[in-house]
Write a protein that binds this ligand. Structure first.
Ligand SMILES: Nc1nc2c(ncn2[C@@H]2O[C@H](COP(=O)(O)OP(=O)(O)OP(=O)(O)O)[C@@H](O)[C@H]2O)c(=O)[nH]1
Ligand code: SF4
Ligand SMILES: [Mg+2]
Length: 433
């Protein structure tokens, strides 16, 4: 049973700033709980502290208190790195400073937050000790930077600041986060294929599968849940064909062979790419599989740190299918959680899981990182479907991604044809010589 909203579906609000400005005090004042330790010793918060809560009218949020980023020394460098990682998963950034303090340090932090597209609010804390100076207020006005003067220790100004938080939340985060509900109309049926294999969580179903079921119920649609072995029987028994079949990508091949072509078919991880990632970009990247050659390096990345099992999808199944497609050995590296290489240049392709445990901001940042370094990043479901020759079918419900797929295929075929031509030229040249 799902009792709580998972971290991945919460708006992440991060508190950043120098040491001792009152970040932890502000978090405690906003949540009205002693979440984070407060002291007058600079550098009290060392690792990011997380507090999930319901912040009305936004809904579920995750507050993240971070270590002061002006920290010094070797330990300080580690803390700064952790704070940097926290920035990457932030949806709304709170830049905390003391009234009267705004220097190059705050400007740099602001620029870093904004470089990730994060809306920023400035909290001028310790208003009981001093008020904001006119020069700083003019600076905020010039950039339309929202700010508030407050006193975290007495709570003064904190209610108004709480309201500013939800005004700053990006519309796409607050808007409906639809996985499947929009693809199945009222009174229609969806069939969800969920194999209960060794990867299935014990005694429950995955959060994203539960969310699909809930969305279908909310939309007055019907939902049939079945394991792969029971799919054919279920489809044969349904009087009206379902509007869609959604499967775990691990059994894509089997499910595609049983589902008639007239029934739309996709995978949970493809739904996740649409919700959390960038379905169009990740679809284009799936086609890059055609450029792989035996011996190339491929990075397989997962957002969570579950223990690998025998028939693990990322370590066993995807390598097997891809090597069969490429016709030779590839060199795979697997990484988990936030352990992601800074230098991606050795890799020809990154294959990412659906990142169900992350919020969209963090996954989109990872995609942008790969794009900046010119390395295509795709997704489990997309690459499996492509290597099995069923990606066009799996994208039928997503016209934009389907168009991107067709465009990318054409470009790829042209590239491959040019490659084949120049190889033929080289061969004839060597014959002549
Ligand atoms: N006078 C006054 N003191 C405050 C206020 N907010 C926090 N403080 C004090 O400032 C000191 C530092 O507060 P923290 O909340 O631990 O600051 P921090 O930014 O989390 O510090 P680090 O975790 O070390 O980076 C504590 O002694 C707090 O009591 C405020 O609004 N007014
Ligand atoms: S590996 Fe990725 S998609 Fe699978 S459970 Fe973990 S975060 Fe979710
Ligand atoms: Mg602190």
């Amino acid at each position: 049973m799902i009792r709580a909203t998972s971290k991945g579906f919460r708006l992440h609000i991060g508190f950043f700033g120098r040491r001792n400005v009152g970040k932890s005090s502000l978090l405690n004042a906003i949540t009205q709980q002693k979440v984070s330790i407060v002291s007058d010793v600079a550098g009290t918060t060392t690792d990011p502290v997380e507090k999930p809560m319901e912040l009305l009218p936004i809904g579920p949020v995750l507050f993240v208190d971070t270590a002061g980023v002006d920290d010094v020394g070797a330990l300080g460098a580690q803390r700064i790195e952790k704070t940097r990682l926290a920035i990457k998963r932030t949806d709304v950034g709170v830049l905390v400073t003391e009234a009267g303090v705004w220097s190059e340090f705050e400007e740099k932090l602001l620029a870093e937050l904004r470089s990730h597209g994060i809306p920023v609010l400035v909290a001028l804390n310790k208003a009981d000790l001093g008020r904001a100076n006119a020069e700083h207020l003019a600076r905020f006005a010039q950039d339309n930077l929202p700010y508030a003067e407050l006193t975290a220790t007495s709570g003064e100004g904190v209610d108004a600041f709480r309201a500013m938080l939800w005004q700053a939340a990006p519309a796409e985060v607050l808007g409906p986060q639809v996985l499947l509900g929009d693809l199945v109309g009222k009174d229609e049926t969806a069939v969800l294929v969920m194999p209960i294999d060794k990867e299935a969580p014990k005694g429950r179903i995955k959060q994203l599968q539960a969310q699909c079921v809930r969305e279908l119920l909310d939309g007055q649609a019907s939902c049939v849940v079945v394991q792969d072995g029971g799919l054919k029987r279920t489809l044969d028994n349904l009087k009206t064909p379902p509007s869609i079949v959604v499967t775990d990508a691990a059994v894509f091949e089997k499910v595609a062979s049983v589902t008639p072509d007239s029934i739309p078919l996709t995978a949970f991880s493809i739904l996740l790419s649409r919700l959390k990632g960038d379905l169009v970009a990740q679809t284009r990247a799936a086609v890059a599989v055609d450029m792989l050659q035996p011996g190339d390096k491929v990075l397989v990345a997962e957002s969570c740190t579950h223990h690998p099992i025998e028939e693990d999808i990322g370590r066993v199944k995807i390598p097997r299918w891809l090597q069969k497609y490429v016709g030779g050995e590839l060199e795979f590296t697997s990484v988990k959680g936030r352990d992601f290489p800074a230098d991606l240049s050795p890799y020809k392709l990154v294959i990412h899981c659906g990142a169900c445990m992350w919020n969209r901001q963090e996954m989109v940042n990872r995609i942008r990182e790969c794009q900046t370094q010119g390395v295509p990043i795709t997704n489990y479901g997309l690459v499996i479907a492509y290597s099995l020759g069923i990606l066009e079918r799996a994208l039928q419900p997503f016209p934009e991604a389907l168009a991107a797929y067709k465009g990318a295929r054409e470009e790829q075929l042209e590239l491959l044809a040019t490659r084949a031509l120049s190889a033929a030229d080289e061969r004839s040249l060597s014959l002549v010589n």
